[in-house]
Design a protein. Sequence first.
Length: 268
Amino acid sequence: MLVSVSESFHLEHLSRFDWQKSIRPGEECPKKCHPERCPDVRQLQGCPARLVRDQCGCCWECGNDEGQLCDPEPRSGSTFYGRCAEGLRCRAPRRNPTGEPRAICVCSKQEALCASDGKTYKNICQFQAAQHKQGKGQMLTMVHHGPCKSKPVITYAPRDIVTTKGSDVIFSCEVSSYPLASIQWSKEGDVISFPADDSSTAVQARGGPRQFELTGWLQIQGVGPNDAGVYTCTARNAFGEVSASARLQVTHGGMSENTLIHRHRHGH
């Protein structure tokens, strides 16, 4: 996921403008390059991203990482935020409400990959950032292009619902997996077929909201006493399955159907 940059100006962006940058904000390039005046490269070993040449093409400096502010036209004669590290490009989004565009560094290649730690990285830039954080003796390698293959993970589980008789309800379930999973709904162990046998019940699914995700819905129109119970979302693929449940309670006049049945049986 791209690191979000808030509208406020953070000190973390200013921290790159001291020894890590050979050219101060607003300065222009000197007429001649003097390598001996450049920052010691050994001091730049703590850079979270790769090194890049400054806008003058003279000294090495820390490149800006994914999600950081950058100068969309670094060759315009002056710099403020700095250049993006190798593998990233400076992209200016649509103008914000203040009318001032703020460009950020984005990864040039947006292809997911699977690493030796069993995690899926959204792009090569995030993978390289994770490599940089590895301690001594640790090695993170790429296993293959594309996400890691694993059983589904429910990223948004269905929620319990308490509603009145005659209302319409919708249960939703979001699943992340590769290969993409299928979603099945059931009530108290009984599978709800698609299309459903009951015309008041509908089951739907579509890809998203993010890549390698699937969202499923179970809609019940005009709920009644017989609709109350536990509904389960089950996701399956070739590597396994996972499920999550939610309870539907149907009330009548402020009391649930279970309460009414209990009172009727005991003569209240």
